[in-house]
Design a protein. Structure first.
Length: 71
């Protein structure tokens, strides 16, 4: 019997948002499974980091960058 393992890659993100005239910047890393779309990663970051950790529900994304977390 063979087992299938998912490969993940760590990415670093920077996102700047504005809400009620205030600017916020969030940075962090996220482990992404191979084949995941960039939009899915953006949605994950918004739902799990911006909304939950910053407590923001109504905001506009001013800047988003997602790059491999290796040099």
């Amino acid at each position: 019997m063979s087992t299938h393992t998912q490969t993940t890659t760590r990415y670093m993100y920077i996102m700047s948002v504005v809400a009620s005239g205030r600017h916020f910047t969030a940075t962090g890393t996220v482990d992404v499974q191979s084949g995941t779309s960039r939009f899915a990663v953006l949605t994950h970051i918004v739902e799990n980091n911006i909304k939950r950790e910053l407590g923001l529900q109504d905001f506009s994304i001013l800047y988003f960058n997602l790059e491999l977390d290796v040099l």
